[in-house]
Design a protein around this ligand. Structure first.
Ligand code: AMP
Length: 279
């Protein structure tokens, strides 16, 4: 694997790969890699012969109260995992390389999509995500890019950005990878105490129970959401939202809509966990 810390070095290497006729498949990350990330790397081989990943903890997508400073940075271990997965190029710039001057041109996603759910509780998050991903896309110029459905709303923001801005990139979803007890893998799981880690899979169990009720005919989504929030509170969580939405646009469904997804965000202690489940 070649590791590049500058845009110029990565561009030169990828120009050569393209000249050799290779398709480039790209998996951006913030590092602290786990099996969820590595599954995306493996999936990338279905979409290109040259696999590129990036590690960059993007300050622009963190709010002032978010965990930017304590976000886990495990570069050496990440490199070993990427080599194992057969990744060809890693782009690992520092902040000066990606933001040599303060970023003044910003991608503003769809006003509804960037202000609902995650956007309500993390204002500015999606403009930070969309801006860095557009920059990375312009640097890497991939044929395909893979993103996990674990970050369901992020996937939608980015695939809509690619469509509306006419980027020639196939945006490919990856299924959420979970621990055997159901907890969605996340770099933030490392913040959990032993006791919290034992409680954490309850979020997924709750989503499964809600899905089963909907599949059995329940359509009183407001009640289902309120019950689930109350259950989490009673178990010591501080939920931010549990919402049944339409997969197509993340708007609230009517009783006749099908193609739904249940999305949730909740604090367990000081750790913010998100998860979702399609119905
Ligand atoms: P991050 O490093 O958290 O920015 O994540 C990088 C990519 O990995 C994003 O596309 C995430 O959606 C994806 N990802 C993170 N966790 C998982 C998971 N448990 N399963 C599948 N994809 C994931």
């Amino acid at each position: 694997m070649q590791t590049h810390s500058t845009v110029a070095s990565l561009r030169a290497a990828l120009d050569a790969e393209r000249k050799a006729g290779k398709r480039i498949a790209f998996v951006p990350t913030m590092g602290n890699l786990h099996e969820g990330h590595i599954t995306l790397m493996r999936g990338a081989f279905q979409h290109g012969e040259c696999i590129v990943s990036s590690i960059f903890v993007n300050r622009l997508q963190f709010g002032p109260k978010d965990d930017f400073d304590r976000y886990p940075r495990t570069f050496e271990a990440d490199c070993a995992r990427l080599v194992d997965a057969g990744v060809h190029h890693l782009f690992a710039p520092d902040e000066n390389e990606l933001y040599p001057t303060p970023q003044k041109y910003i991608v503003e996603p769809d006003p509804f999509l960037q202000s609902t759910l995650e956007g309500e509780f993390r204002p500015g998050h999606f403009h930070g995500v969309a801006t860095v991903v557009l920059k990375l896309f312009n640097i890497v110029q991939p044929h395909a890019a893979l993103f996990g459905k674990k970050d369901y709303q992020q996937f939608m923001v980015l695939s809509n950005m690619v469509r509306e801005l006419n980027l020639r990139i196939d945006v490919v979803p990856g299924e959420t990878v979970r621990a055997t007890d159901g907890l969605a893998l996340s770099s933030r799981n490392g913040y959990l105490s032993e006791k919290e880690r034992a409680e954490a899979p309850h979020l997924y169990r709750l989503l499964v129970a809600m899905r089963d009720k909907i599949l059995a005919g329940a359509r009183d989504y407001e009640d289902l959401q309120a019950e689930a929030m109350a259950e989490l509170v009673s178990r010591g969580w501080a939920p931010q939202y549990i919402a049944v939405r339409r997969r197509s646009d993340l708007k609230s469904p009517t009783a006749h809509d099908s193609g739904l997804v249940i999305l949730a965000a909740a604090f367990l202690g000081t750790t913010r966990l998100i998860d979702n489940l399609e119905v």
